[in-house]
Design a protein around this ligand. Structure first.
Ligand SMILES: [Zn+2]
Length: 186
């Protein structure tokens, strides 16, 4: 049902933040660093990859499908809608239709986007003119190629892209999706 974002089909760098301790929750939420999307979103991501390659760039994915179980764990760590979607409402990530991305150059270095991924500051919003001109340009490049590939953007997070009308797709748990991303219970 979900497509794994992996080689050889996807020439994409994975830096799955929730599989490490370097995230807002401060601990690994996923047992496995993997990225999955519904087929329509996977196709859109492949298109974005192709557009980026025209400029000698690749995509780095921080998060894609976020199992409903993980959304609950994150919510419990910080029950604040400013940071996480209320799991009862659900995040487009838990529908497998959202992706958090940045651009990397030929050497694997991330382009300057003005803030880090998941920096919950107004500086992460699109349209900021108080970040460097280079960072503004890089954000516009990412916005342009993701939009051209068919993605909708989220104005408060430069890294977040999702399909239009995400509620066409159901919220999915790890077990329902068969993604085996959550840590095994001891
Ligand atoms: Zn996101």
């Amino acid at each position: 049902m979900l497509v794994e974002i992996a080689k050889p089909r996807f020439d994409i760098d994975l830096a799955i933040a929730y599989a490490t301790e370097a995230n807002v929750a401060g601990r690994a939420v996923y047992g496995r660093a993997a990225a999955y999307l519904v087929a329509e979103a996977a196709d859109r991501l492949e298109d974005a990859t192709r557009l980026a390659a025209q400029h000698g760039l690749r995509l780095r994915v921080f998060d894609a499908f976020r199992p409903a179980e993980a959304q609950w764990l994150l919510w419990e760590s910080r029950p604040d809608p400013e940071f996480f979607a209320d799991p009862r409402k659900g995040s487009p990530h838990s529908r497998g239709v959202a992706v958090d991305v940045t651009l990397i150059d030929g050497a694997g270095k991330a382009l300057d986007m003005g803030t880090e991924f998941d920096a919950f500051t107004p500086l992460s919003h699109h349209g900021r003119v108080d970040i460097s001109p280079t960072a503004q340009k890089n954000r516009l490049l990412l916005l342009g190629l993701m939009t051209a590939a068919g993605w909708d953007y989220y104005r408060n997070e430069w890294w977040h892209y999702q399909l239009f009308q995400p509620r066409r797709y159901p919220l999915l748990s790890d077990s329902a999706a068969g993604t085996a991303m959550m840590p095994k219970q001891p």
